[in-house]
Design a protein around this ligand. Structure first.
Ligand SMILES: [Zn+2]
Length: 484
């Protein structure tokens, strides 16, 4: 994600669901920042989401079919689901009981599910999604004047379907959306089928790659579809509002070259397609929704004024989407990496010298600031600018220390080892130490977890000393050392 407005993060701590029977799955996955996001006891393989959206009354009617494998005996299990009304739940075909408290939906199947069994849960529901959500972290399904977009990191998915809402449980998706026939529907993966139903039309999208729930998206609107081809025939499909189509085609026109650059630096592009959807709405952020990044009108100017953001969201397909964090406290692994990749695009267009000039300026600005370090940022300020800029600067300092050849081998090895999976900061440090043969604990500790900005001796960059007070005629007395 990359935002131009910083919006404070809502506390998401809600009471855990009730303890039910002998062996219920957990109401969370142990995330240190969001203990109730995700649920324990099962591993979702595939979501088949079938939703009909009535624009006039903003009503969504849905059927979610969830295939999962039990990782323990389950007398009950939880899904994350907000505010919509449940009409029926079946597990393996039999009606199941349930309780819905806050964001926790507890399902009690008629027959307990033994560890290792595959089971199918079907939830029938309806309601008006997203009403009352103002935090972008949980926006989710968002109706706007000219259509719908879906975004919400980390907790937007549960606004429109029942879900195991944590990147630790990725799954594949079939997304069937029925909307008024004048609209086009875009979603993750590849469009498999379009079914005309008179006044309505159904679009069937499918992705065969594991996807974290916050990266699932749907775009509904009056779109012009523009197609490009990426490296090795990769399909690129872009969805633009008609009045912006020409400007957007120019602004996003270098996507194939960006994919080629990042593939050469990090490893092959991870998914079956790429592209962007530009919502016809003034949304203040962009989001790296998998295979189909989301932008708003403000990102299009016909002059590539936001191309760094275009590169940033694309780079997330490798770092964030394919290699996903395992705990939200490690958000710098997403944002620092995507931000640095966007600087690498700038370096590719200009030169290493030009990049160093810009980054030296950023470095001095960071030195003057009192921003927290980027590792484990304040939970109520997860997307603060230090996570992005000092996170990226951490990688620039690592590159200066290791040299280009070793540095890019570290990135490639890290990507290759953790693609389609999850990683921690410790995993990245371990790869960096393994490939470089250097002891890097102190380096990462200083860059990620200590307030003072470390120097980058290889580049001759160091924080300027604090300004000396102007001399006065009568020097003030030296403060006596206190015991505090
Ligand atoms: Zn980002």
């Amino acid at each position: 994600m990359r935002r131009t407005l910083l919006i404070a993060l809502a506390a998401l701590l809600l009471a855990a669901g009730p303890t039910l029977a002998q062996s219920p799955g957990g109401a969370g996955l142990g995330d240190s920042y969001y203990p109730t996001l995700g649920n324990g006891g099962y591993d979702v393989q595939h979501y088949d989401l079938n939703v009909l959206y009535d624009f006039d009354v903003r009503l969504l009617m849905g059927t979610a079919t969830i295939e999962a494998v039990a990782t323990q005996d389950l007398s009950a299990f939880n899904l994350d689901f907000r505010r919509l009304t449940i009409n029926q739940i079946r597990v393996n075909g039999a009606i199941a009981a349930y309780e819905h408290r806050g964001t926790e939906l507890t399902v009690i199947p008629a027959q307990p599910i033994p560890a290792g069994a595959t089971f199918t849960t079907v939830v029938l529901y309806e309601g008006i999604p997203g009403m009352g959500s103002t935090q972008m972290t949980e926006l989710g399904w968002t109706h706007h004047e000219n259509g719908v977009f879906v975004a919400g990191e980390p907790a937007g998915a549960s606004s429109w379907y029942p879900v195991n809402e944590h990147p630790l449980d990725k799954a594949t998706y079939t997304i069937r959306v029925t909307a008024p026939a004048q609209y086009v529907v875009a979603a993750n993966g590849l469009l498999k089928e379009t079914i005309d139903r008179g006044a309505m039309r159904t679009f069937v999208w499918e992705t065969d790659y594991p996807t974290a729930s916050y990266l699932v998206t749907v775009g509904i609107g009056d779109f012009v579809i523009e197609e490009q081809e990426g490296p090795n025939g990769l399909p690129i499909r872009n969805y633009f509002p008609p009045d912006l189509a020409e400007a957007a085609a120019y602004d996003f026109g270098r996507t194939p070259q960006m994919i080629a650059l990042f593939s050469s630096l990090f490893g092959p592009y991870p998914f079956e397609a790429y592209g962007v959807v530009v919502a016809d709405a003034p949304i203040p952020f962009a989001l790296e929704t998998q295979t189909l990044s989301l932008f708003g009108r403000r990102h299009v100017d016909g002059e590539r004024g936001e191309e760094i953001t275009v590169a940033h969201e694309l780079a997330h397909q490798w770092f964030g989407d394919s290699v996903s964090l395992a705990d939200w406290s490690d958000i710098w692994l997403n944002e620092g990496f995507a931000e640095y990749a966007s600087y690498l695009w700038y370096e590719y267009l200009e030169s290493r010298e030009a990049l160093d000039e810009v980054l030296h300026h950023f470095y001095n600005r960071l030195a003057e600031s009192i921003l927290p370090p980027p590792g484990s940022p304040p939970p109520d300020d997860l997307f603060n600018i230090s996570v992005y800029v000092r996170g990226a600067m951490t990688l620039h300092a690592l590159r200066a220390r290791l040299g280009d050849e070793v540095f890019f081998r570290v990135l490639q090895t890290y990507y290759d080892r953790f693609k389609y999976s999850n990683a921690t900061t410790g995993d990245f440090i371990a790869v960096a130490e393994e490939i470089s043969g250097q002891q890097l604990d102190a380096f990462f500790d200083a860059w990620l977890y200590r307030l003072p900005l470390p120097p980058i001796p290889e580049l001759g960059w160091e924080p300027l000393p604090p300004p000396t007070p102007a001399p006065t005629r009568t020097p003030p007395p030296t403060a006596a050392p206190s015991g505090g």
